[in-house]
Structures are given as structure tokens and as C-alpha cells.
Design a protein around this ligand. Structure first.
Ligand code: SAM
Length: 252
């Protein structure tokens, strides 16, 4: 793993504030989304707390390379252990909520449901009539996620699919959040098999390999606007402006 500290220092050195953004589209997006004080419903954090205290033991296939699964294979953990390690933290959950709220997409796709915490943030931001499809390979995790989304009353606008990403893809969406398998090969594959104008990749600096995956995505000609926020890498495809990569300051 690339030293997270070094990677973060390099990001901080490159990151710019609002004043350095000349693209009106990115300026508006950054102002309203990254620097907004708007907060998602507090019920989601209350639900996270109760998952963190849940001692049920789950035995499941850990598919991911990433913060949620460094050692793929058969594993057993309590719901509480999973909730404390795999899910997006409150600050990135709130950021995801603001991104979805800003673009009001009709169809959102998430790869990597886990216990459903990020799915809850996405669902909370969806306008009336919009839908989220979230994909998880491990059945016990998908079951807990369905329960969480039902408890929060988001079950009518969400669909939890228990399937391996490789079998589920290709797919179309208006916005995709990719938080499953943080390797360059998987990131390339997901980027190429998801037809979506906006893609949000989680943890693009998680490892040297994930950074290589992010570099590949940033280099794609149709990825006209790419934004590096350290925790998230955001891609806008085919925007009518000169291709540009932004490294923007965001502290969460
Ligand atoms: C980091 S966790 C997702 C966390 C979740 N998005 C959140 O913030 O609440 C990644 C999840 O992706 C799932 N996953 C990873 N690779 C997968 C694959 N190839 N097919 C299906 N599921 C996969 C793992 O089982 C894990 O639950």
C-alpha cells in the first residue's frame, strides 16, 4: 500500500480552492457541493450507530480489495465490525448525499452495497420518482442492507441486487458510485462497462494500484472533466469544454 500519509501530502500540495477554478460548471458544482453546509437526515447516522453495536456474526465471501476487504476470501465478522470499517464515514456520506442532490439523477447505480450505509445517503438525496440500484456480492451483507433501507423507509426507491459485479455489468445509469473493488484492473473494467455521464469512484488513492486505475480513467478522452478530492475521484464524461483535470481542496 502506498503510504497514505505521502499520498495525502502530495494531494494537499496540488489541491486548489474555488478561486483557481475557471470552468463555470466545476465552479458551480464545487461551490454548491463541496463547500456547502447542507447536511443529510440525521437518521442515517443513528442507523449506523445501531449497526456498529450489532453483534450478529456473519459468515460471507469477502470480494473486495479496499477499505472493506483487504484479504478477499471466506470471512466471518460481526455486523458491528463491518460497520466500523467498510462503510463511508459521515463526512463522505454527506458529500455523496450532496452530489446526488445536486444532479438529481433519475437512475443511480452503486457497486458495493456492503451494509447499505452509502446507499442510504444516496436514497435520501434522490428526488421523487428516482431509483437506486445497488449491487453486493455477499448475500448476508445484501440482506442487512435491505433491512436497513426498509427501516429508513427507502425501500420503495432502492433495489439491492445480490450479484458479483462481473456478472451484473454492463449497466447504464445517470450517476454511478463505485465503491467495491479498489484495484486498477477492476476500476478500468467498471469504468468501461458502466455507461454513465457521471461516475464517482471511492478511495482513488487507497493504494498505488488504485492510483494507477484512477490515472487510466483521468487519461480517457471522453472523461472531459475529472475532479480529485482525495477520498473521491469524480468523472464527468463528454462535457462541452476543453478536457481538464482538477485537484480540489476538500477537508470533509
Ligand atoms: C467498501 S465496501 C462498500 C461500502 C459501502 N459503499 C458504504 O459506504 O456503506 C465494498 C463492498 O463491495 C463488495 N464487493 C467487492 N467486490 C465485489 C465484486 N466483485 N462483486 C460483488 N461485490 C463486491 C464487498 O463485498 C463489500 O461489501
Amino acid at each position: 500500500m502506498l503510504s497514505a500519509g505521502l499520498s495525502y501530502i502530495l494531494y494537499v500540495l496540488k489541491a486548489r480552492g474555488l478561486g483557481a477554478i475557471h470552468s463555470p460548471f466545476v465552479f458551480e458544482f464545487a461551490k454548491k457541493v463541496f463547500f456547502s453546509r447542507e447536511r443529510p437526515p440525521i437518521v442515517i447516522e443513528a442507523a449506523r450507530k445501531s449497526l456498529e453495536n450489532d453483534r450478529r456474526l456473519l459468515v460471507y465471501e469477502d470480494y473486495g480489495a479496499g477499505s472493506g476487504g483487504k484479504n478477499p476470501g471466506r470471512t466471518s465478522k460481526t455486523v458491528g465490525q463491518i460497520a466500523k470499517t467498510a462503510a463511508r464515514r459521515p463526512s463522505t456520506g454527506a458529500l455523496l448525499w450532496r452530489i446526488v442532490k445536486h444532479f438529481a439523477p433519475a437512475n443511480v447505480l452503486e457497486l458495493g452495497t456492503n451494509l447499505g450505509i452509502s446507499a442510504a445517503y444516496i436514497a435520501a438525496a434522490l428526488p421523487e420518482g428516482s431509483r437506486l440500484t445497488t449491487v453486493e456480492g455477499a448475500q448476508p451483507l445484501a440482506d442487512i442492507a435491505r433491512g436497513l433501507l426498509q427501516t429508513l423507509n427507502y425501500d420503495k426507491k432502492t433495489r439491492v441486487v445480490c450479484q458479483k459485479f462481473e456478472d451484473f455489468l454492463p449497466a447504464r445509469a445517470d450517476l454511478a458510485f463505485i465503491d467495491g473493488h479498489h484495484t486498477a484492473a477492476a476500476m478500468r473494467d467498471h469504468y468501461n462497462r458502466i455507461d454513465a455521464p457521471i461516475l464517482v469512484f471511492d478511495d482513488v488513492h487507497w493504494s498505488k494500484d488504485a492510483e494507477n486505475g484512477w490515472k487510466y480513467i483521468v487519461s480517457r478522452p471522453e472523461a472531459t472533466v475529472t475532479v480529485d478530492l482525495f477520498h473521491f475521484g469524480i468523472v464527468f464524461k463528454n462535457r462541452e469544454q476543453a478536457k481538464e483535470h482538477f485537484v480540489l481542496r476538500w477537508r470533509g
